[in-house]
Write a protein that binds this ligand. Structure first.
Ligand code: HEM
Length: 419
């Protein structure tokens, strides 16, 4: 039987719950994230390669495409090339990638993401908020998966599934299954043939509508915009698969864990009283949870990073979670940290393409739920053996429900800029 986590100090309580989520996901990841910073800013670890925990050195690696690649062993592009095909080499790095990023630059902006999220989330978020107002319970982990499943269907141009909410949850679970295939990649990103075959089958199924949607979708939709921006059908299909893996579990866990942090630290009361704190809540939630806790790269040419002399062919693990959390726990008063910037979204030419969308999703969930009043967590369990640390369930109620008002609706969060 697991004992409940109890601590009188809210900051320590929040940190202990976060630690429990990391531990449950993968004890080895938890141990690495805790132990590596003690060994210095950059260190070679047997079987893993170079491990970087310092935010400035982390950004130096991610900002240096001349010496690091994500296509070599250790990088996520290496995984994708085996599943999506050789064209990944052309569009995920080098001039082809720079060209794709230039054309895809405007796919998600803060201004386009907010109305998209409001429209796609409303059918599931509004009933959940009403349930809280009526004194009922909401599982925020399940709700986040459902909301992100809805967004995924929207982005992939999938027809609204017959099974309603259940089908959106299944879509999310399929994305999770795909990501889990990469679980064994900590020591090597070379995938066995059966894993490649399984991943290809999942992607084929999930992106089956992309060619039709790409040809027919109105310019206002994601695939329609890809077409208008001059992306080829193959590029749009690859990008769709990437969005599915990059933007599902990461976004859902940021949403759930940020709400838990706001509750555990007691800082939700300040946010409820002062909605201007929303950008700080989103930034701190992303920093502390760092949903993509590790970013891999291969060394393509010999290079010095701080005190480390790295050789071509070696691997680097950038521990973004450790780098971001060096500053301390969740704190709405913490100023923007220039040394880490938005390291939770990576850095350099592969900086998260969906950052604006992720911020809008997180802002919308938090604003929507807290519009019903401060929440009380009545039960939680961490997800075990998952790639992205998360809660399996986070059940909340509202202790003092607030009536629906036009200024505090689930559809109108304050803007959250890049910081
Ligand atoms: C809180 C949620 C999210 C986090 C923490 C996150 C984090 C990241 C990180 C760290 C990278 C860089 C990986 C690397 O350098 O190897 C990345 C890349 C990417 N993300 Fe996100 N992401 C999130 C949500 C999303 C969403 C919602 C989408 C789109 C639907 C998305 C799409 C992408 C894409 C397409 C890339 C690859 C960019 C490139 O290689 O040029 N992400 N993300």
């Amino acid at each position: 039987m697991r004992l409940p986590i109890i601590d009188r100090d809210p900051a320590r309580l929040a940190a202990r719950h976060e630690a429990a989520v990391l531990w449950a996901s993968r004890p080895a990841l938890f141990a690495l994230l805790r132990a590596a910073p003690l060994a210095g800013p950059v260190r070679r670890v047997p079987r893993l390669g170079w491990v970087v925990t310092d935010p400035v050195l982390a950004r130096a690696v991610l900002n240096d495409p001349g010496h690091f690649t994500l296509l070599g062993e250790g990088g996520v592009g290496h995984l994708w090339a085996q599943v999506l095909g050789d064209y990944v080499h052309r569009i995920f790095d080098g001039p082809g990638h720079a060209d794709l990023r230039r054309r895809a630059r405007d796919l998600f902006t803060d201004a386009t993401a907010r109305p998209l999220v409001a429209r796609v989330f409303a059918p599931a978020l509004e009933p959940a908020v009403d349930r809280l107002r009526a004194g009922g319970e909401v599982d925020v982990a399940d709700l986040s998966r459902l909301l992100v499943g809805r967004m995924t269907a929207e982005l992939l141009g999938l027809d609204p599934p017959d099974g309603g909410d259940r089908a959106f949850r299944e879509l999310f679970a399929t994305g999770e299954r795909l990501a889990r295939l990469a679980l064994g990649s900590a020591a090597s990103t070379a995938l066995p043939p059966d894993v490649v075959a399984e991943a290809k089958a999942i992607i084929g199924e999930l992106t089956r509508n992309v060619p039709r949607a790409f040809a027919q979708a109105p310019a206002g939709t994601l695939l329609g915009r890809c077409r208008e921006l001059g992306l080829s059908e193959q590029e749009a299909s690859g990008l769709s698969a990437l969005l599915l893996v990059a933007g599902t579990e990461t976004a859902a866990t940021a949403m759930t864990r940020t709400l838990a942090l706001l509750h555990d630290t007691g800082q939700q009361h300040r946010l409820v009283a002062d909605p201007e704190l929303l950008p700080a809540a989103v930034r701190e939630g992303l920093r502390v949870t760092t949903p993509a806790p590790v970013i891999g790269r291969g060394v393509s040419r010999d290079v010095a990073v701080g005190p480390a002399r790295m050789r071509a062919g070696e691997r680097v693990l950038v521990l973004t979670y450790a780098a971001n959390n060096r500053a301390g726990g969740f704190d709405l008063d913490r100023p923007y940290a220039p040394e880490s910037r938005q390291l939770w979204f990576g850095a350099g030419r592969h900086l998260c393409l969906g950052a604006a969308l992720a911020r809008a999703e997180l802002a919308h969930l938090v604003t929507g739920l807290l519009a019903a009043g401060p929440v009380r967590i009545v039960g939680r369990s961490a997800a075990r053996g998952v790639l992205i640390p998360s809660y399996a369930s986070l059940r909340v109620v509202t202790s003092s429900p607030r009536p629906r008002s036009s200024s505090a609706s689930a559809g109108s969060p304050a803007p959250c800029g890049p910081r």
